[in-house]
Design a protein around this ligand. Structure first.
Ligand code: UFG
Length: 331
C-alpha cells in the first residue's frame, strides 16, 4: 500500500515525500525530471521516471504498485512563463491531470490531493481571500489550475473520485536541516533570488513594479513555509481517508508582505546589504494576494508552525548556504 506522489522531485513534492516517509508511509514517486531533481527524491521512496501524459507508463506504475491515494504536484507553475506559453500550461497541467484521473479511475484509486494556487483568484476584490472568493485568474497558469479543480469536481460527480485542492499562496523556505530546498532553473521566485543576491551569486534584485496600490507600491504576497504545506497534504489525505467529501482549501498565513518588506527581512536574516532597483511590472502579477486559512485550520486542523517571515527565510538561507549550487553539487 503506497501513496503516489507525482512531482516528488520538485520543490513542494520533495518536502511532502520526506514528511510522508517520516510518518511511516510507503511512497512511490513519479516525475519526468524536467524541472525536478533526481537528488531531491528521498532515497526511501520508489522512483519511476516518466511523464504523466504517457498513458502506458502511468498505467504500468498503477499495475506494479498498490496505490491507495495520490498526492499530485507535477505541473508547470510559473506565472510569467505561462503568459508567454499558455498552451504549454494547458497541455502539461490539464492534459496531464486528465490522464492521471483516468488512470486512477481505471485502477479504482479514488482519492487525490492536488496543488491548486492563489493564482486561480486573480485580482481578488476582497482581502483576505477565502474559499468563496470568486476565482477569476489573470494568467494561464492560474487558469490551468482552476480547470483542474473543475475536472476533479466532475470526476467526483461521475465516478465518485474524491479530491482535495490545496490552493497555495507563496511557498517559501526549506527543511530546517537544509538537506532539501528550492532549486529552479531559471530561478524566478522572489525569496531564492533575494538570497542569491545576499550570497553574491547575483549582483542585484529587480523589483517588478513600484506603482501598485499597496503600502509601499510593491506587490504584497502571503508566504507559507514548505514544511507546513507538506503537513497540510498529509492532513488532507487523512481527511479523505476519514470518508469526507471533496473540498478546496486556501493555504497561507493571513499576513501579507510587500516585496520591499521581504528584502528588509532577508537583510536581517543574512546580514547582507541586498541591493535592488525598481523595474517595470511583470505581466500577469496581481497586486495583492493574502489568504484566509481559517477553513483549513478548522476542517483539516492545520496548524502552521512557521508564523514569522524571518524564520521562513532563515530556513531557505540554511539551504542556500549548504548548497550554493543547489542540487547540482549532488550530481
Ligand atoms: N519578484 C520581483 N523580482 C524578482 C522575482 C519576483 O520583484 O526577481 C516579485 C514578483 O513580481 C511578485 C513577488 O516578487 O510580486 C513574488 O513573485 P514570485 O515569482 O516569487 O511568486 P508569484 O507570486 O508570482 O507566484 C507564486 C507561485 C505561483 C503561485 C503564486 C500564488 O510561483 O505558482 O505564488 O501567490 F500561484
Amino acid at each position: 500500500m503506497a501513496i503516489l506522489v507525482t512531482g516528488g522531485a520538485g520543490y513542494i513534492g520533495s518536502h511532502t515525500t520526506n514528511r510522508l516517509l517520516d510518518q511511516g508511509q510507503k511512497v512511490v514517486v513519479v516525475d519526468n525530471l524536467v524541472t525536478g531533481h533526481r537528488a531531491a527524491i528521498d532515497p526511501r521512496a520508489k522512483f519511476y521516471q516518466g511523464d504523466l501524459r504517457d498513458r502506458e507508463f502511468l498505467s504500468q506504475v498503477f499495475e506494479k504498485e498498490e496505490i491507495t491515494g495520490v498526492v499530485h504536484f507535477a505541473a508547470n507553475s510559473l506565472v510569467g512563463e505561462s503568459m508567454e506559453k499558455p498552451l504549454k500550461y494547458f497541455d502539461n497541467n490539464d492534459y496531464g491531470f486528465i490522464v492521471l484521473l483516468e488512470t486512477m479511475i481505471a485502477h479504482n484509486v479514488k482519492k487525490i490531493v492536488f496543488s491548486s494556487t492563489a493564482a486561480t483568484f486573480g485580482e481578488a476584490k476582497e482581502m483576505p481571500i477565502t474559499e468563496t472568493t470568486p476565482q477569476v485568474p489573470t494568467n494561464p497558469y492560474g487558469e490551468s489550475k482552476l480547470v483542474m479543480e473543475k475536472f476533479a469536481h466532475w470526476a467526483d460527480v461521475a465516478d465518485g473520485l474524491r479530491w482535495v485542492a490545496l490552493r497555495y499562496f507563496n511557498v517559501a523556505g526549506a527543511k530546517a536541516d537544509g538537506s532539501i530546498g528550492e532549486d529552479h532553473h531559471p530561478e524566478t521566485h522572489l525569496i531564492p533570488i533575494v538570497l542569491q543576491v545576499a550570497s553574491g551569486k547575483r549582483e542585484k534584485l529587480q523589483i517588478f513594479g513600484g506603482d501598485y496600490p499597496t503600502k509601499d507600491g510593491t506587490n504584497v504576497r502571503d508566504y507559507v513555509h514548505v514544511m507546513d504545506l507538506a503537513d497540510a497534504h498529509i492532513l488532507a489525505l487523512n481527511y479523505l481517508n476519514d470518508g469526507n467529501d471533496s473540498n478546496a482549501f486556501n493555504l497561507g498565513s493571513a499576513t501579507g508582505f510587500s516585496n520591499l518588506e521581504i528584502v528588509e527581512a532577508a537583510r536581517k536574516v543574512t546580514g547582507a546589504p541586498i541591493p535592488y532597483e525598481i523595474a517595470g511590472r511583470r505581466a500577469g502579477d496581481p497586486s495583492t494576494l493574502i489568504a484566509s486559512s481559517q477553513k483549513a485550520r478548522e476542517v483539516l486542523h492545520w496548524q502552521p508552525k512557521y508564523d514569522d517571515i524571518e524564520k521562513i527565510i532563515a530556513t531557505a538561507w540554511t539551504w542556500t548556504e549548504k548548497h550554493p549550487a543547489g542540487y547540482d553539487d549532488q550530481k
